[in-house]
Write a protein that binds this ligand. Structure first.
Ligand SMILES: [Zn+2]
Length: 317
């Protein structure tokens, strides 16, 4: 059979979905999110990552168009679409055998650990590069699975949910969560990623400690959005609980190798480590007493209370 538009139109209409509790909408919703990101040119190669952008836009369609009481878990369709013969998974090193044996990975963190990305049949990916075919397949998908929502879905394509989440968190200064919130793994994954991106942006993409800034062309960043009080304990994603730190200094901060005082100066306890800086570069000790990089806006300044808590935990100063 020729793998052309008609072939894939049929595949999209006949997705193999679970019908035990009514038609499970996961697969068509995931495909809508993929089509959406393709249209926004956020997917350039035939590699579909389980990214915060994909997850956010999956949730956008889900929350607006799913009325059944199915649970919105992106890991399910991302894995099970392999059964429809046009969606394939590229395993991470060490997971080749598990993926080949179709071992089920049912949660987002576990699936992200096992799978590098999903990819489509080459023929389908090529078809989706043309706006017209993309629109045709999108229309077919909507008519088959959400016929009464066509107009609203078209409207949902006009904005990017991940950007919207980032902006609304920025406006509110971030968020804190309770234990119950953490059960929605998709939502928390998106919100944590939005926290990290926002923190890094607030610090102009520089490490607050050493001021290093290295960003790759595809947006990957050597600077992390670190938590002053650990998320696992405090569930505090307010930006005042954030610090932008490069990988080295994030690691060092999380182990109490340095702290930040009430004047935002670097405090380094003696005798916690031994270092030899390369010729011409500054070792950590030389940053002692220096002021960290701070966000421009007063309302995002790191919390002195949090920094004090961190110094006490690690017996600094
Ligand atoms: Zn650094």
């Amino acid at each position: 059979m020729t793998k052309d538009l008609t072939y894939y139109a049929k595949r999209f209409v006949k997705l193999r979905v679970d019908r035990a509790k009514g038609v499970a909408p996961h697969k068509p919703i995931l495909l809508l999110a993929v089509l959406d990101l393709l249209g926004k040119e956020q997917i350039h190669r035939n590699e579909i990552y389980l990214s915060p952008e994909l997850t956010a836009n999956f949730l956008k369609f889900w929350h607006r168009f799913v009325a059944s009481d199915h649970h919105s878990n992106i890991a399910l369709p991302f894995f099970h679409l392999t059964g429809d013969n046009f969606w394939h998974l590229m395993p991470n090193p060490g997971f080749e055998a598990a993926i080949a044996a179709r071992v089920k990975f049912r949660t987002l963190p576990v699936l992200r650990a096992a799978v590098k990305y999903a990819y489509l049949d080459g023929e389908l990916f090529a078809l989706l590069q043309t706006p017209q075919t993309r629109t045709e397949l999108t229309t077919i998908l909507i008519q088959a699975w959400f016929p009464e929502k066509a107009g609203e879905i078209a409207e949902s394509f006009t904005y990017d949910e991940f950007e919207a989440v980032q902006q609304s968190l920025l406006d509110s200064g971030g968020a804190t969560y309770n234990v119950e919130d953490l059960k929605d793994q998709d939502q928390i994954f998106v919100r944590n990623a939005a926290f990290r991106r926002n923190v890094v942006k607030l610090y102009d993409q520089r490490c607050a400690f050493c001021k290093l800034r290295v960003v790759s062309w595809d947006g990957a960043n050597i600077v992390d959005g670190a938590h002053i009080q650990p998320f696992a304990e405090f569930r505090d994603d307010r930006f005042v609980n954030g610090l932008a730190l490069c990988k080295n200094h994030h690691w060092a901060f999380d182990r109490g190798w340095f702290g930040v005082d009430d004047d935002y100066r670097i405090v380094i306890p003696w005798a916690r480590f031994k270092e030899e800086a390369a010729v011409g570069s500054r070792g950590m000790m030389q940053f002692r007493g220096e002021r960290i990089e701070l966000p421009r806006e007063e309302r995002f300044m790191p919390s002195l209370e949090g920094l004090r808590w961190h110094r006490e935990r690690w017996e600094i100063g």
